[in-house]
Design a protein around this ligand. Structure first.
Ligand SMILES: *Cc1c(COP(=O)(O)O)cnc(C)c1O
Length: 368
């Protein structure tokens, strides 16, 4: 068996230790005391004590890892980030106005979807410069009647990341901040004092597709629009410990193993240091080359998703073929941006980035 370095934007690389543990437990899950359940986690009732213990442990580990305050609920939902683009306004807008900061494809999608449930306004946009920078919070236009302000913490396609969450209160705004953190959750700490709600699909940095994480301040729960589907009403989901309907049990179990892996390897602070080192290595290589270019403002370059271009685009196919031959997979950029993209989530080891950097240098030499 040989495992490649997978630079996919999502579903994405998983920690190998987690996959091994899941494989070992596939046919017969054992509890912490070593007692056999006689079945796979995917065969368990979500109402049984075994699965409930798995789910409660996952939630407790995540709360500890991300230092989620007690007045926030952790919800395990379904539908992905895109469904939350509708579920958030259905729960928070009360049919009123919402303000969106446009920093790339994902925040654009959020704006468009929210318009079905209320008045969705653009507070600021970086579209004019091709989404390569972040509009400074002082320049945002937030209405006094705003129900919430939405940002995408890390734009997975454009490779732009907020390295500091905006302090809305300091801007004179009392509306809660909603953060789509799908593609950088658990890669860095979160300043919850600045956040009302954060959501993310699991398949970038937490586990398999199918699970959607929502972390929401309690006072924002209980205001859903009358036509909000019951399974998407945060109050019903919270009151039923994420078991109002059958949750994505196997995805929750795997995400729980990822949380244990994160704890074992030093938690979020250690992960952030590793992520800074990996990103630095890759950006330095790109910046010091005559062949490759990353166009994003250095102040907001993503640590997770690194888009780059070959100055000679006629070499793209040769670049990708050479990468594949070395076991460096999924480097083709998103079709809306073109070029290349390397996603280097928590589970991408430093060795993977080192192998990519060696290849980048080697390929550049052959082009000279
Ligand atoms: C991938 C992604 C989404 C969409 O997630 P789905 O699970 O496909 O709905 C939304 N926002 C961001 C930032 C993403 O990276």
């Amino acid at each position: 068996m040989s495992r490649a370095f997978n630079f996919s934007a999502g579903p994405a690389v998983m920690p190998e230790e987690v996959l091994q543990q899941a494989a070992a437990e596939m046919l017969d899950w054992h509890d912490a005391q070593g007692r056999s359940s006689g079945m796979s986690v995917m065969e368990m009732s979500h109402r049984g004590k075994e699965f409930i213990s798995i789910c409660e442990q996952a939630e407790a580990d995540l709360r500890e890892l991300l230092a989620v305050p007690a007045n926030f609920k952790i919800l395990f939902m379904q539908g992905g980030g895109l469904a939350e683009n509708a579920i958030v306004p259905m729960n928070l807008s009360q049919g009123g106005a919402m303000d969106f900061v446009l920093t790339g494809s994902w925040s654009q999608k959020s704006l468009k979807e929210a318009g079905k449930y209320g008045t969705a306004r653009v507070a600021a946009s970086a579209q004019a410069d091709g989404f390569t920078s972040l509009p400074s919070p002082a320049s945002w236009h937030i209405g006094a009647d705003s129900r919430y302000v939405h940002i995408c913490g890390n734009e997975t396609i454009h490779g732009v990341e907020f390295h500091e969450l905006p302090d809305l209160k300091a801007l004179g705004c009392d509306a809660p901040l909603v953060v789509d953190f799908s593609s950088h959750v658990a890669s860095r700490p979160v300043d919850w004092s600045r956040v009302g709600l954060a959501f993310g699909g699991a398949q970038k940095n937490l586990g398999p597709a199918g699970l959607t994480l929502v972390i929401v301040r309690e006072d924002l729960i209980g205001h859903a629009l009358p036509h909000c589907p019951s399974a998407f009403d945060y109050k019903l989901v919270a009151d039923n410990q994420s078991m109002y309907n059958t949750p994505p049990t196997y995805s929750i179990y795997i995400a729980g193993l990822v949380f244990q892996w994160l704890k074992k390897h030093g938690g979020i602070a250690a992960m952030e240091q590793r992520n800074i080192a990996k990103a630095q290595l890759l950006y330095d290589c790109l910046d010091n080359s005559a062949l490759y270019v990353n166009k994003v403002d250095k102040a907001c370059r993503s640590r997770m998703n690194v888009p780059f271009f070959l100055r000679d685009e006629s070499r793209n196919d040769a670049f990708l073929a050479g990468a594949k031959a070395r076991g460096l997979l999924q480097l083709k950029g998103h079709k809306s941006v073109g070029g290349m993209r390397a996603s280097i989530y928590n589970a991408m080891p430093l060795e993977g980035v080192q192998a990519l950097v060696s290849y980048l240098r080697e390929f550049e030499k052959t082009q000279a």
